[in-house]
Each structure stands twice: as structure tokens, then as C-alpha cells.
Ligand binder design. Structure first.
Ligand SMILES: [Zn+2]
Ligand SMILES: [Zn+2]
Length: 241
């Protein structure tokens, strides 16, 4: 018997203060439904599957990891907890996570997974909009659907990377580098929290670190807009060290 009071209780403050647990369930169910619908639509196609489809799947898997890194970097780096709507809803949880990483372990399944479900809805919906009767449309659908599905468990995988004792099958996947591992993600949790932003598999992090992708992107954005990365932290008298 599920604990209904816990299921519908507001989120704990300190992790996120957006009190819509029902909406969290809705986003997870919607993303899951779209993913299943997208797979069924492609499986039923009378198509000649070939190497291009396989290649697109192979590119979309690290692509989902890259998307997770871009989202994480954006909310770690720009804006503040007071930024309209996305400040308390998205920026604050990322920054509080640096100060209190173990809070993540206390969140409900739907709370954990709602944000990644929401973030991947555009890919899942776009995939369903592709005209799959044409080969190019099918290729686009395969790529977008793989990207969307591979990104869905991002928050859950991130949560497992913080567990001292994750489930055994999860630990197996972590050891083989198939999903984000604890030692790999620990590097992001060392101040100033500016490496290893990708949190789905972590596959993109070595390359992005080697080419200094995020520092260069920050310098470009500062040159164009004048914005300063992590300005909120620099301004805060009690910034985390
Ligand atoms: Zn971070
Ligand atoms: Zn973390």
C-alpha cells in the first residue's frame, strides 16, 4: 500500500519548493507514455532498418548525456535563485544540490524524475511529429526518440551516483561505465563545481573537459552579452566554499 500522504505532500524545502507532487506524477506519466507510443509507432513501420538507423541511435546516446550537461551547466552558471520562475523552480535545486547533495536521496521517485521528464518532452513530442513515411523523417524520429528516452532517467541515474549502496544491478552498470558513476560525479562536487557537468552517462565529460568546452562557451557568452558566469555566487557574502 503506497503512502498516499507522502505521495501528495509538498516537496521538501531546501531541495525544491515547488509544491506540485501531482504534477510530478503527471510529467513522468506523460513522458513515459510518449516514449512507449514513439517506440510502438516506429516498430510498426514497414521499413527497411539499416546502418543509418543504428548510427543515429549510437550518436543520440552520448547526445542525451551532452544535453544533460548543457542543462546542468546553464542552471549552475547563469541567473540566480531569484530569476523569474526558473530561479526557484530550476536554478535553486541545482545550486542547493552543491551545498546539500544528500538531500537528493530523500526525494520521492516522482519528484526525482519529473524534471528530466519535463526536459525531454520536446524531443519525445518532436519525434512523434516527424513524417515517418519518408526515410529522412524516420531517421529524424529515431534520433529524437533515442535522445528523449536516453535522457529520461538522468535524474534517477544522478541520484544513484550519490547513493552509498545503490541496487546491485545499478552498481554493475556504474562499474562498467554504462551510467554515471560515483567517483566520476564526485569530481563535479568539488568546488568550484565546474567540471563533469554531464550526468546521464558521463561519456561526454572527458572530451568536453579536454577541449575546455564550457569555459570557452562562458567566455564567448560574456564577450557577447557582458554577463558574468556564477555572478550570484561571487556576490553572495556566504558563498559556499
Ligand atoms: Zn552542479
Ligand atoms: Zn550531484
Amino acid at each position: 500500500m503506497p503512502n498516499l500522504r507522502r505521495l501528495f505532500a509538498p516537496r521538501k524545502s531546501g531541495n525544491s519548493e515547488f509544491p506540485l507532487r501531482l504534477m510530478d506524477i503527471f510529467w513522468v506519466a506523460l513522458a513515459g507514455g510518449l516514449a512507449v507510443g514513439g517506440i510502438a509507432r516506429l516498430v510498426m513501420l514497414p521499413a527497411d532498418w539499416g546502418w543509418v538507423d543504428a548510427l543515429l541511435v549510437a550518436v543520440a546516446l552520448p547526445g542525451a548525456d551532452f544535453v544533460s550537461g548543457m542543462i546542468h551547466w546553464t542552471f549552475d552558471t547563469w541567473g540566480s535563485e531569484r530569476t523569474w520562475f526558473i530561479g526557484p523552480r530550476l536554478i535553486k535545486p541545482f545550486r542547493v544540490h552543491h551545498e546539500k547533495p544528500k538531500n537528493l536521496l530523500e526525494t520521492h521517485f516522482f519528484t526525482t524524475n519529473a524534471d528530466s521528464s519535463l526536459a525531454n518532452l520536446p524531443f519525445l513530442i518532436a519525434s512523434l511529429c516527424m513524417p515517418v513515411q519518408y526515410e529522412a523523417g524516420r531517421w529524424a524520429a529515431v534520433f529524437l526518440l533515442t535522445l528523449g528516452i536516453a535522457g529520461l532517467p538522468t535524474s534517477q541515474i544522478h541520484k544513484w551516483a550519490h547513493m552509498r549502496r545503490p541496487p546491485r544491478w545499478v552498481a554493475w552498470l556504474q562499474r562498467r561505465g554504462l551510467i554515471l558513476s560515483t567517483p566520476h560525479h564526485d569530481q563535479h562536487h568539488r568546488p568550484p563545481h565546474t567540471v563533469n557537468y554531464c550526468i546521464t552517462t558521463g561519456w561526454c565529460n572527458p572530451l568536453l573537459g579536454k577541449i575546455r568546452f564550457f569555459p570557452r562557451l562562458e567566455r564567448l557568452i560574456t564577450a557577447v552579452t557582458g554577463w558574468q558566469p556564477r555572478k550570484d555566487e561571487a556576490d553572495a557574502p556566504t558563498a559556499t566554499v
